[in-house]
Ligand binder design. Structure first.
Ligand code: SF4
Ligand code: SF4
Length: 273
């Protein structure tokens, strides 16, 4: 049974991307490779040639047709709009002298928000009160750092925080496995056909599920922490109770109108009905 996340409703909303309120940060700040499904190889800090001056993508409607899987899958966990808001009227276009600082802040907030996403998921599945309190404390610390000014964020010991978050995620992941049955130590499921298999409680953490067929599978409390779901077939699949799934994993997979997602995740607009 998953806990109700109502107490974290504001944080959940903050972790959802809102590209309309962003200065196109991912399309500039990131290093991109054509082989990863981006239009070109580009250095970090260089705007993509398809980014318009109003921060919109000039080929947005064609991303699917052009097989820009990197662009379609990317998710910043809400860091883009958060950092755009922090700098207000100053952005990387109007204030090129501040561009590298803005990009650095984006990378820090993205990392922290990604950890917040996983911590929220861990908090929702962990039953032990003390452990829940430890996760809540890490979430509070995350909120405190990201509420600060960029200079304070840069001084925060993010590496130490990440180590503590990783320990908690490892422990919550291990608890999930201990409670479930049918786990396997195998992690390479490249192209494997699981069609309509009962995979409840399966530990897929860090597994390679590229192009695997999960259509019609039962995946209650299956753990997808860090799994690679690129082109995995999740059509007609019920993922409502799957754990540690991110929007990026879902965006990279192949679903349809009958794919059922956990409440925190959105159906990609390019999926067929
Ligand atoms: S950084 Fe995030 S919010 Fe901004 S355009 Fe990219 S995905 Fe959208
Ligand atoms: S193609 Fe569009 S979405 Fe992809 S990096 Fe360029 S501007 Fe961004």
């Amino acid at each position: 049974m998953m806990k109700n996340n109502n107490s974290y409703a504001d944080l959940e909303a903050a972790l959802r991307i809102d590209c309309e309120k962003c200065s196109g940060l991912c399309c500039v700040a990131l290093y991109c490779m054509k082989t990863d499904g981006f239009p070109e190889n580009k250095e970090a800090g260089v705007p993509c040639r398809h980014l318009r001056p109003d921060f919109r993508c000039s080929i947005h409607a064609l991303l699917e047709k052009k097989k820009m899987k990197g662009c379609l899958a990317y998710d910043c966990f809400g860091a883009g709009q958060k950092v755009t808001q922090i700098y207000g009227n100053e952005n990387w276009q109007t204030h090129p002298d501040k561009a590298s600082e803005i990009f650095q802040t984006f990378m820090i907030v993205r990392k922290l928000y990604q950890m917040a996403w996983y911590l929220l998921e861990a908090w929702s599945v962990v039953a032990d009160e003390h452990f829940s309190a430890a996760i809540a404390a890490l979430l509070a610390e995350n909120l405190q750092i990201t509420a600060g000014a960029p200079a304070a964020m840069r001084l925060a010991d993010i590496a130490d925080y990440q180590t503590r978050v990783n320990q908690v995620l490892k422990k919550s992941s291990a608890q999930l496995v201990a409670k479930s049955s049918g786990q396997t130590n195998r992690k390479d499921f490249l192209g494997k056909n699981f069609k309509k298999t009962n995979l409840d409680g399966q530990d897929f953490s860090m597994a390679l599920l590229i192009a695997a067929n999960l259509t019609g599978c039962s995946l209650r409390r299956s753990n997808f922490l860090g799994a690679d779901l690129r082109d995995a077939n999740i059509k007609d699949t019920d993922l409502r109770e799957a754990v540690f799934l991110t929007q990026m994993q879902i965006n990279a997979a192949q679903g349809n109108g009958k794919t059922q997602l956990p409440p925190r995740l959105l159906r990609p607009s390019n999926w067929p009905d």
